[in-house]
Ligand binder design. Structure first.
Ligand SMILES: Nc1ncnc2c1ncn2[C@@H]1O[C@H](COP(=O)(O)OP(=O)(O)OP(=O)(O)O)[C@@H](O)[C@H]1O
Length: 596
């Protein structure tokens, strides 16, 4: 059902970020603004930089709810939000991305091809359908963002700065396109920076904010007469919106005068039109009729009714398809994405073969040397460190950007968190196993470890588990922090773990009990102990000795020296599994927090 979007006395408060020596203070970004965005119209939210335009759009669309107070009347299930960043899967073609959107967003995508053709041709993207998203220009990316959301035929579209970064002609084309979409009954609200006269005239309504207050709401043609009635005469040949914004930016008094006149958005300025010439000859200040003001308040609900409603909401899926179907579509999309990234695949292949060969050559034929006890330990540490570092650093650098895309798609109800999370977890495993086994084969074979299949199998299994633990940690960091903060956090977590991994190898007998407990928290330590147990335990044959006496030629002596001869590999594996699950659970909650 089409209805106006109405909001009343919206207050948006943020907590200033913490600064050294200063206490955290609250800052009011939106100061009780009200307004109506009429159904089937194109409304532009304008204002000086920092006025709170994006904040208002985020608050009304629900993209941001923390710190937002006030009443908002909108059918969110039928709306979508298009972010400023134009985030898409860069390696998929326009057609593939549209196809994924159709499969996830349409209940019965039987005429999927027709829907895609219609939307692409109406947005002038047909000629680009075979191109990947990263090959598109800024304007094309913007149109693709709109095309993707149109698949579900939403009645309300929110767009944050759809014209930013576009030249004047492309910006006008973009706004014209939005206006055409309103002709099909859609309500479109977007933030916009100082539009040209041509672009301004394309809007049905303008909502102007200044320092968190509403200073104008109405048709663009009424800006000049409205301002003039308050003594602010817009010079001829001057863009009225520029004049209004510049005035508000310069003088606080203007903001309070205009905001009072418009009742902070509770009034709307409508044009008086001369019937003969069809020109705007004046304006009227009307109450922005807000049905929610007229609605009689519902009687307070009992907690049982509330609980039943919550249960109903839980059982009714917000999505077009079941979680299983979402998982399968996402899994296929992620696989395509992984295998299409040929450069990354090539680098990963080279990285694993090169590092495996280098490590193998450093310890070439040394695995059976009974005099090189410390080399055996260094070898185990190097393997564990390689597996961990590789798996942590890649997601720390690449995942933060993906989280933003996931946030947008989840918000627009493409899919739920659980199917996404499962697809993310399982889609990477086959390739990860392949690369790790390649590396582990080289480092097993070149140093000359015993050619026993079962031992190699265990060695590879533990290696893969270590890399999965590390990947979980890397993804958790990537989903929680930005790239910059993640780059500091990753090594900060890894460094003590590495310290614990090598701690006490030469005085194992004297390690205090508390340190043992701490060492169990380092998956690197558990990984090193597991690798040593596999390579030197399980009745490994006597090592070579070219002297009269080699203290460590009996592998059991090495295990005893490290105080791990009684340690069970399965016990260590249980800890590794425990940490793997812990990091994956942390990843889930971190994603959930971000998506909220
Ligand atoms: N999460 C946040 N944390 C800290 N400050 C914020 C946050 N969100 C908004 N602000 C501040 O609120 C003010 C309004 O921000 P907003 O992005 O809504 O402005 P805007 O009118 O869209 O500006 P611009 O046109 O420059 O994008 C800015 O001063 C901004 O720094």
């Amino acid at each position: 059902m089409f209805r106006n979007i109405e909001f009343q006395e919206i207050v948006y408060t943020i907590k200033e970020s913490w600064q050294f020596g200063k206490s955290r203070q609250k800052r009011c970004i939106l100061k009780g603004v009200s307004g109506v965005f009429p159904q089937g119209q194109l409304t532009g939210i304008m204002g000086p930089s920092g006025a709170g335009k994006s904040s208002l759009l985020n608050a009304i669309s629900g993209f941001r709810s923390d710190g937002v107070k006030g009443a908002i009347k909108i059918n969110r299930k039928d709306s979508c939000y298009i972010t400023q960043d134009d985030l898409h899967q860069p390696l998929l073609t326009v057609e593939e991305i549209m196809s994924v959107a159709c499969e996830l967003k349409i209940k019965n995508p039987v005429n999927k091809a027709t829907i895609i053709n219609d939307i692409l041709s109406s947005l002038n993207l047909t000629s680009r359908r075979e191109n990947t998203a990263k090959q598109l220009s800024g304007g094309e990316k913007r149109r693709l963002s709109i095309a993707l959301e149109l698949v579900a035929n939403p009645t309300v579209l929110f767009l944050d700065e759809p014209t930013s970064g576009l030249d004047e002609v492309t910006a006008a084309q973009c706004v014209r396109l939005l206006r055409d979409l309103t002709k099909q009954g859609r309500t479109i609200v977007c933030t916009i920076h100082q539009p040209s006269g041509t672009v301004l005239s394309l809007f049905d309504q303008i909502y102007v904010l200044a320092k968190g207050d509403c200073v104008f709401q109405g048709s663009p043609q009424t800006i000049v007469p409205f301002m003039a009635s308050h003594g602010y005469n817009c010079p001829k040949h001057y863009n009225p919106s520029d004049y209004l914004i510049e005035l508000c930016d310069a003088e606080n008094e203007v903001i309070s005068n205009l905001s009072e006149a418009i009742n902070n958005g509770k009034s709307v300025i409508s044009p008086t039109i001369d019937k003969e010439t069809n020109n705007v000859i004046g304006f009227d200040v009307k109450n922005a009729v807000m049905s929610m003001l007229l609605d009689t308040p519902a009687p307070p609900k009992s907690s049982i009714v509330e609980k039943m409603k919550a249960l109903k909401r839980f059982l009714q899926s917000d999505y077009a398809h079941s979680s299983l179907r979402q998982f399968l579509v996402l899994m296929r999309m992620m696989q395509t994405k992984i295998y299409r990234n040929r450069i990354a695949l090539g680098i990963m292949l080279f990285h694993h073969i090169f590092c495996g060969a280098i490590l193998g050559l450093i310890f070439l034929n040394s695995a059976n040397d009974g005099e090189r006890m410390f080399d055996h330990l260094k070898f185990s540490i190097a393997i564990v460190f390689f597996l961990s570092y590789t798996q942590i650093i890649v997601p720390v650098l690449s995942y933060p950007l993906e989280v933003k895309l996931v946030k947008k798609e989840c918000f627009n109800r493409w899919y739920g968190l659980t199917p996404y999370y499962l697809a993310l977890t399982f889609s990477r495993i086959p390739l990860q196993i392949f690369f790790n086994i390649l590396f582990l084969t080289l480092v097993y074979w070149l140093p000359g470890l015993p050619m026993q299949w079962w031992r190699f199998g265990l060695f590879s299994f533990v290696g893969v588990i270590i890399s999965l633990v590390a990947e979980g940690l890397g993804l958790t960091i990537g989903s929680t922090f930005s790239i910059t903060n993640g780059c500091a956090t990753g090594p900060m977590i890894l460094a003590p773990m590495l310290g614990l991994a090598i701690y006490g190898f030469d005085f194992a007998a004297e390690i205090p009990l508390q340190m043992y407990a701490l060492m169990k928290m380092s998956f690197l330590r558990i990984g090193v102990v597991s690798i040593v147990l596999i390579t030197f335990g399980y009745n490994r044959d006597q090592l070579d000795c070219n002297y009269i006496y080699c203290h460590f030629d009996d592998p059991k002596v090495l295990l005893r020296y490290l105080r791990i001869e009684e340690v069970s590999l399965w016990h260590e594996l249980t800890f590794l599994f425990g940490l793997m699950i812990t990091f994956r659970v942390l990843l889930y909650f971190s994603l959930r927090k971000r998506l909220k």
